[in-house]
Ligand binder design. Sequence first.
Ligand SMILES: Nc1ncnc2c1ncn2[C@@H]1O[C@H](COP(=O)(O)OP(=O)(O)OP(=O)(O)O)[C@@H](O)[C@H]1O
Length: 284
Amino acid sequence: MLALEIKHLNKEYEHFRLKDVSFQLEKGYIMGFIGANGAGKTTTIKSILNLIRLDSGEIRIFGRDLKQHELELKQVIGSAFGDIDFYTRSRIRTLTNVIKRFYHHWDEDAYNKYLKKFNLNENKKIAELSTGMKVKYSLALALSHGAKILILDEPTSGLDPVARDQLLDIFQELVQDGEISILFSTHITSDLEKCADYITYIDNGQIINSAVKEEFIDTYRLVNGKEEQLHLVQDKLIAYKTNSFGFTGLIHTVDFDPSWDLRSALPNLEEIMIYFSKKESLHV
Ligand SMILES: Nc1ncnc2c1ncn2[C@@H]1O[C@H](COP(=O)(O)OP(=O)(O)OP(=O)(O)O)[C@@H](O)[C@H]1O
């Protein structure tokens, strides 16, 4: 079953356009939504949460149209924004008492369980929480109102490596029984190496690729060759760099011909992002 289905989203700002964004997430899995600064991650996520008005497109959650069933679907959506500061002078207890009234299936026992698990003290003011604690508080709220899909915008940004690792472990634990699905955006590729089942890559408002992580990486090869070999492959490369030893370039696996006398290797996610951003600068 699909937890999330995004079809042909379009949104135009003065200097930016989300172009025909489509992808889907199977129930019970984690999808990393990756892209450089300004690529359109937050705009897409805000669309999924119905926080911005789209020019066109369709969003379905557990098979139901978000526009038609917004109120019911909001009960099963949990969200967290890495850098948001809300009601900073309120204590956790006060804020929770306001928020929980919006949810039909609020589970106080689950809430207390997550406060304990995440080491959150209800007497603390929001302003006193570290970035990681704020994300954990958002997760505790989401899980206590029975959220089945978590839409998280850069939840790991601003976290130190230990806090980040802890949060990624929590994500993996949450999807274990197959009931919860997670979409989280990031530009930290090591987050994805660790815990994403699927990767969706957005570049300049367009989805470049969306697939199971291993398939995603396997779509590309890094090739190395001598400078005089560059002309053989140059027009097939997504982008390339030259140095005193020759060149290194990124190519679609389908375009790679093993009979070429070139070394090839699987790229990592960071290399894929770097070469795609180089491609953009080649075209400006
Ligand atoms: N309300 C708005 N009005 C006009 N332009 C906007 C608005 N919101 C976002 N943009 C522009 O849309 C583009 C995409 O922004 P978005 O926040 O979706 O990117 P992002 O991938 O989340 O980036 P980052 O990693 O830096 O958070 C940017 O160029 C941004 O300036």
